[in-house]
Design a protein around this ligand. Structure first.
Ligand code: AVI
Length: 343
């Protein structure tokens, strides 16, 4: 076992960072910037993960339905050849409630594959729920859950799972929460810990009618607003802050130039917020934004380019009927030596 992880029950591992200290540090950095910003990974405390599960069930949040439709139709074809190639780790980065992953697992079981399910998620509550669901519904499946951020999960993968082939799932447009630069860096890092012939399956949300995008991130029930505002509640609880949630509003907008849905919390009045854990106060002007999330949307050509730029070859890609979402299966290419420039 690597020194960075602690066993939490027989099959859940937890990383050893001090989560409150990391959170405090990122809040200090983010609230000191202009414009103010916070990393979207802090949405996912247990309450935030529950809000996100509600978002995935909303009629306006089409992403989950599109991806589920693709997986129900094509997951069998996508994993068939991998299942026959010997023992496999099915790694799920940002697993959440695992609803879509269960479809892939079901296919691997039907194909008689020898596999271990390795879900990796930042939320311990979501992880316990997922591991519980798999144990209950599919007691024959080996599960080894890891509660950690993506970067630590990728590091763990490289150290602990080098001897079996890997299929890494990165579903639900989680990649969209990275900037294009971060997505490239993340995929290169993932590539570097994987071996030639390993696979990644990535869900990309495509560029589409802007009204559809705006509705998905500004739902009529206000669940996305509550999800966003929960970040302030989390700071109140964990960092001794005194944010007044009614003094901020959620604002989701689409930036056509960058291709991202952008989420903000906008201060409705001039106010000063105290954070005891930082021994510091922060002033907000009226209408000052606090940026909380990017959700990048892709063109099909962006997806293929990203594969090429990060060392993968595109094996298959499937779209839903509305052609709003792409599920891509990429293979890690390592055997071809990088061509050297002629001298
Ligand atoms: C997790 N992630 C891919 C979601 C998204 O669409 O960016 C999070 C989310 N934010 C608002 N609604 C959903």
């Amino acid at each position: 076992m690597s020194a960075g992880y602690r066993v939490l029950g027989p099959q859940i591992l937890k990383d050893l960072h001090d989560p409150v200290r990391d959170f405090a540090y990122d809040v200090l950095v983010g609230l000191s910037e202009r414009p103010k910003r916070l990393p979207s990974k802090y949405f996912y405390d247990d309450a935030g993960s529950r809000y996100f599960q509600r978002i995935m069930a909303l009629p306006e949040y089409y992403l989950t339905d599109c991806e589920l439709e693709i997986l129900l139709k094509h997951a069998g074809d996508m994993v068939a050849s991998l299942a026959s190639r010997g023992p496999l780790n099915l790694v799920d980065l940002g697993a959440g409630d695992g609803k879509k992953t269960l479809v892939v697992i079901e296919h691997l079981r039907k194909l008689g594959a020898d596999f271990t399910f390795v879900p990796i998620d930042i939320s311990e509550g979501a992880m316990r729920q997922l591991v519980g669901t798999v144990r209950e519904r599919m007691p024959d499946v080996r599960v080894e859950g890891l509660v950690s951020e993506y970067a630590d999960g990728v590091h763990y993968l490289g150290r602990e799972h080098g001897d079996r082939q890997n299929l890494v799932l990165f579903l639900g447009s989680n990649i969209g929460n990275f900037s294009m630069l971060q997505a490239r860096a993340f995929l290169r890092r993932l590539w570097s810990v994987l071996r030639d012939g390993d696979h990644v399956m990535i869900g990309f949300d495509l560029k589409k009618d802007i009204e559809v995008l705006l509705a998905a991130y500004n739902d009529s029930e206000g669940v996305t607003a509550a999800f966003n505002l929960n970040l302030l509640r989390r700071m109140n609880r964990e960092l001794g802050a005194d944010f007044d949630l009614s003094a901020f509003r959620h604002y989701g907008t689409y930036n056509v130039f960058s291709g991202a849905m952008e989420s903000y919390l906008v201060s409705l009045a001039p106010q000063v917020v105290r954070l005891d854990a930082l021994e510091q106060s922060f002033a907000f002007d009226a209408w000052e934004p606090l940026h909380t999330e990017y959700s990048y949307k892709y063109l099909r050509t962006d997806v293929d380019l990203l594969a090429r730029e990060t060392g993968f070859t595109v094996e298959t890609r499937f779209e839903d009927e509305r052609r709003w979402f792409v599920e891509a299966l990429w293979r890690v290419m390592k055997s071809t030596p990088t061509p050297r420039p002629r001298s």
